[in-house]
Design a protein around this ligand. Structure first.
Ligand SMILES: Cc1cc2nc3c(=O)[nH]c(=O)nc-3n(C[C@H](O)[C@H](O)[C@H](O)COP(=O)(O)OP(=O)(O)OC[C@H]3O[C@@H](n4cnc5c(N)ncnc54)[C@H](O)[C@@H]3O)c2cc1C
Length: 552
């Protein structure tokens, strides 16, 4: 396979030549330098590289170009090569461009031209970006291929797992010639899907996520025998705890059962997180947080579902479903919540076959030209409606309440009102799903009149509230009636400390009924269900971990 590419784009021919020359001089041996003189030309080159199945390591784009500026180009390029590192070039310090670059395209570096000597101003930047690119699980050699059926729930799960863990893969339908060829070459048949062919050529038939993880470069077993801090769940709360824990010198491990980012990772655009005036996608925020945690030395285990917590003297022992055990002085539970399922006839069997919980962003391009139904009246449903309106011919937002104002932020309602493709059906509920191989129709009921009607529908995305992941803590950690973990002052009732509490002090603010075990984020009883509060609680829990360790 050809060397990975470094793509440069600048509309000034002499500058363009000079950039390419400097880059080629240092990196020409290991990377192919592709030069373009406009955003459109560079995008064409990127599409060709994509089609050939090759990799792009770094994109360097001039900011001020006619027709398509550097930020617009990088935004479009991200759709093709989300893992390529992004650099914006400007002729002078341009604060507005820098802010846009950070917010819109999560730019990695902002470089001022000219950069003489390149040894001081250009190469150190590119060296570091290339190191980061090489270090991502989706390394340049990664060439995972998935063969599946468009309407197979299992195929969807595998693709979603890879996408959310930022592992690039190529997707082949069984009916495509290449899909057929891969099935044949692997000695598999259509009943063996999803079939995953790993970068080292191994064929996995209907693999578990843990199996896939282990073969695509994700870590699934702990490297050490003992940690200061084990964090369960890698949503914003867990990532926040891992960043602070590791940066403050604690030997920290972060265990995630599916993919980093948690609920936030599924959000197409988080508009209210501090410091991102134009919003940030969940995937970008997650990618940054994960890199930050790993840079500070936190270890990250993926595809490990923690199913048991034990107390053995001063040690806290976590056991994962796949077998590995993690032993640590302290634990932070940041297991968040997950979507409630819509319990109406016909939907359960169509889950993953047109019916999805959460936004399932991987499916968005497949919705092009179709009608999409979204159930829910809160912000998550609103964000999904806005996101899917870019692909679908019409988005139907099905809401049980009389209006959106009861449950959705004003800014989202305004956005929805300004998009003609989104139609809001208030006082409406889904009462049945229809279809055999995949979703074909829905029954909608008007709650005011009681009248039901059937509609054709191939896509349904459900956002109807959430419940905590805490059943595995049953009998050990105190939870409220809905399963949320009770912490701190709420554990002391009528001056009495929780059952089994042996220390001569009350539980710290985020501490659970088991000393040395803390909870942060959505999983905690009475928590604020926000990205910022989850991150904040993750950081605060680490401070309490230090306090706990000092007293040991
Ligand atoms: C679509 C959508 C849009 C949203 N938009 C916004 C927004 O714009 N602004 C905002 O502030 N908030 C938003 N939210 C809410 C916000 O995402 C959550 O409040 C936040 O993610 C909570 O973080 P958390 O770390 O507590 O939990 P989660 O994000 O739920 O993460 C928990 C993680 O723990 C893992 N886990 C669970 N159990 C186990 C186990 N036993 N072993 C290992 N791992 C486990 C899960 O897989 C998950 O990755 C949105 C939520 C959704 C779903």
């Amino acid at each position: 396979m050809a060397n990975p590419a470094i793509v440069t784009v600048d509309d000034d021919p002499s500058v363009s030549r000079a950039v390419a020359r400097d880059v080629r001089r240092r990196y020409g041996q290991d990377y192919r330098v592709v030069r373009a003189s406009s955003g459109a030309e560079a995008l064409d080159a990127l599409k060709e590289i994509k089609l050939r199945g090759e990799q792009v390591a770094v994109l360097l784009a001039d900011y001020r170009m006619p027709q398509m500026n550097g930020i617009q180009f990088l935004e479009a390029a991200m759709d093709l090569f989300p893992l390529a590192r992004r650099v914006l070039l400007t002729a002078y310090a341009d604060t507005e461009a820098a802010i846009d670059a950070i917010n819109l395209v999560d730019v990695d570096h902002y470089l001022l031209k000219p950069w003489h000597p390149p040894e001081e101003k250009l190469y150190p930047v590119l060296d570091s970006l290339l190191d980061q690119w090489q270090a991502t699980p989706a390394s340049p050699e990664a060439d995972t291929r998935v063969v599946g059926h468009r309407w197979s729930a299992e195929s969807f799960e595998i693709r979603d797992f890879l996408a959310r863990n930022m592992v690039p893969y190529r997707w082949y339908l069984t009916e495509e010639p290449e899909g057929q060829r891969l099935l044949k070459a692997s000695g598999a048949s259509e009943s063996d899907i999803p079939l995953v062919i790993t970068p080292d050529g191994k064929t996995l038939v209907r693999p578990s996520e843990a199996e896939v993880a282990a073969h695509v470069g994700l870590t699934t077993t702990p490297a050490a025998e003992f940690y200061d801090l084990a964090v369960v769940g890698a949503g914003p709360g867990g990532l926040g705890a891992a960043v602070y824990g590791a940066s403050e010198g604690l030997r920290t491990i972060l265990v995630e059962r599916r993919a980093t980012g948690g609920q936030a990772g599924q959000s197409s655009r988080i508009e209210n997180y501090l410091g991102f005036p134009d919003g940030v996608s969940g995937a970008q925020l997650t990618d940054r947080a994960r890199r930050q945690a790993q840079r500070f030395g936190a270890e990250l285990l993926t595809a490990q579902d923690v199913t048991c917590l034990d107390v053995k003297g001063s040690a806290r022992v976590l056991t994962c479903a796949g077998g590995p055990q993690i032993v640590a002085h302290t634990v932070i539970l940041a297991t968040g919540v997950s979507y409630r399922t819509l319990d109406v006839p016909g939907l359960a069997e169509l889950t993953g076959r047109g019916v999805f919980y959460g936004s399932a962003a991987t499916e968005a391009p497949s919705c092009s030209g179709s009608d999409v139904y979204i159930v829910g009246g809160a912000n998550s449903a609103g964000q999904a409606a806005v996101y899917f309106s870019r692909y679908a011919s019409r988005v139907h937002l099905v809401v049980r309440g009389e209006n959106l104002a009861q449950s959705m932020s004003a800014y989202l309602i305004e956005q929805i009102e300004s998009i003609p493709r989104i139609q809001v059906h208030t006082m409406t509920e889904v009462t049945a799903g229809h279809g055999t191989e995949h979703l074909e129709g829905l029954t909608l009921r008007d709650r005011a009149t009681g009248q039901a009607r059937d509609v054709d529908a191939s896509w349904l995305f459900v956002f109807i509230g959430a419940e905590p992941h805490t059943s595995w803590l049953d009998g050990l950690v105190e939870r409220d009636t809905q399963g949320f973990v009770v912490t701190g002052p709420d554990l002391v009732v009528g001056g009495k400390r929780p059952k089994g509490w042996r220390l001569d002090r009350d539980p710290y603010h985020l501490e659970t009924s088991v000393s040395g075990v803390f909870a942060a984020g959505d999983v905690r009883a009475n928590s604020v269900k926000r990205v910022a509060s989850a991150v904040g609680e993750g950081a605060m829990a680490v401070t309490l971990v230090h306090r706990y360790l000092e007293a040991q």
